[in-house]
Design a protein around this ligand. Structure first.
Ligand code: COA
Ligand code: MG
Length: 291
């Protein structure tokens, strides 16, 4: 089973073979060939066919490939899924999932597609986008609705459209829902990814979004342009000063006389919860060797 720990997932429109191949050779932890919102209505079938044709070559690069199919109300989902069933496709993504019933319907479609393709039923994991008011009221129920769900994403732009506001650069606009999604993902054991930053030339905005997302408990972020990847990959690794501080705290804890439940380290109380945080920082730093 491929690891489901992604700092960055790069979108590439399904009807752009040039971008699909550039994405596969990029620094992204995974790529998402898209059939949904980056593809116009008249190009949907072409994008599906293009992705189907490229799939063997894309998975052969060794980078996880996570195709995004069109959402349930489009009526395109079943055929999109059929096109991307593959032993080496461990996750499929779908947007605008609003309810437990939506998840069950997607699960049913996946079962059918797997049976037809001769792939073990249950093989394909799911990465749903939570981006409607309905989904964001009860994300934990949505995420717990199928064991296929291994990773999820928050979609800020569809959320803004559903709420009837224009997405601004003021991060307070979505902070509560994002926090809610991160807690729900943690409670259900799902890896949680943040929306892409659509101002892809403004890397300072991207930095700010990454810091906010990390602070709330997000583990990675989507990219729409290769120029965003290094910032995201570095941003979702613990910073060197965080690692150094965590190591210093762990050393002080290990040196402390046995039986001490709490210690004073230069005015900071060190006890079990802080030690758990430090161990996680060190483990994360080891998981992702910063490139
Ligand atoms: N994946 C792979 N390569 C990409 C890429 C992507 N997502 N975005 C840009 N590139 C490539 C371009 O093809 C170009 O390659 P070239 O120099 O060999 O011609 C290079 O990176 C520079 O691209 P640039 O000119 O800066 O951008 P652009 O104007 O060609 O494209 C976008 C800008 C936003 C249209 C494009 O990045 C894109 O389509 N992104 C994905 C959109 C998407 O999938 N959205 C759905 C989720 S929200
Ligand atoms: Mg969306």
């Amino acid at each position: 089973m491929i690891p489901m720990h992604f700092r960055s997932i790069l979108f590439a429109p399904g009807n752009r073979p040039d971008m699909l191949h550039k994405a596969a050779g990029s620094a992204a932890d995974a790529i998402m060939p898209d059939m949904e919102d980056s593809v116009r209505q008249e190009d949907k079938k072409g994008a599906r066919e293009q992705i189907r044709q490229e799939l063997d070559r894309l998975v052969a690069t060794g980078k996880p490939v996570i195709p995004r199919v069109n959402s349930l109300p489009t009526g395109l989902t079943a055929e999109d899924m059929a096109a991307v069933m593959h032993e080496k496709v461990a996750l499929v993504s779908i947007g605008k999932i609003s309810s437990v019933e939506d998840v069950l319907e997607v699960d049913r479609l996946l079962c059918e597609a797997e049976k037809r393709a001769g792939i073990r039923v249950g093989h394909t994991g799911l990465l749903p986008w939570l981006e409607t008011a309905k989904a964001l009221l009860h994300p934990e129920a949505v995420l717990a609705a199928s064991p296929r769900i291994r990773v999820c994403a928050f979609g800020a732009d569809d959320f803004a459209a559903d709420m009837g506001f224009v997405r601004s650069s003021d991060l307070r606009q979505t902070q509560w829902v994002k926090s809610h999604v991160a807690v729900a993902a943690r409670a259900t054991g799902v890896w949680v990814m943040d929306s892409p930053c659509i101002q892809f030339r403004e890397l300072s905005l991207l930095h700010g979004e990454i810091e906010e997302a990390r602070m709330l408990g997000f583990r990675g972020k989507f990219a729409i342009h290769p120029a965003q990847l290094n910032v995201i990959n570095r941003g979702f690794c613990p910073h060197p000063q965080e690692v150094a501080r965590a190591q210093a705290i762990l050393e002080a804890w290990n040196r402390a006389p046995r039986g001490r439940g709490a210690l004073n380290l230069e005015g900071v109380m060190v006890d079990e919860p802080l030690i758990r945080q430090c161990l996680q920082i060190v483990a994360q730093a080891e998981r992702f060797v910063v490139k």
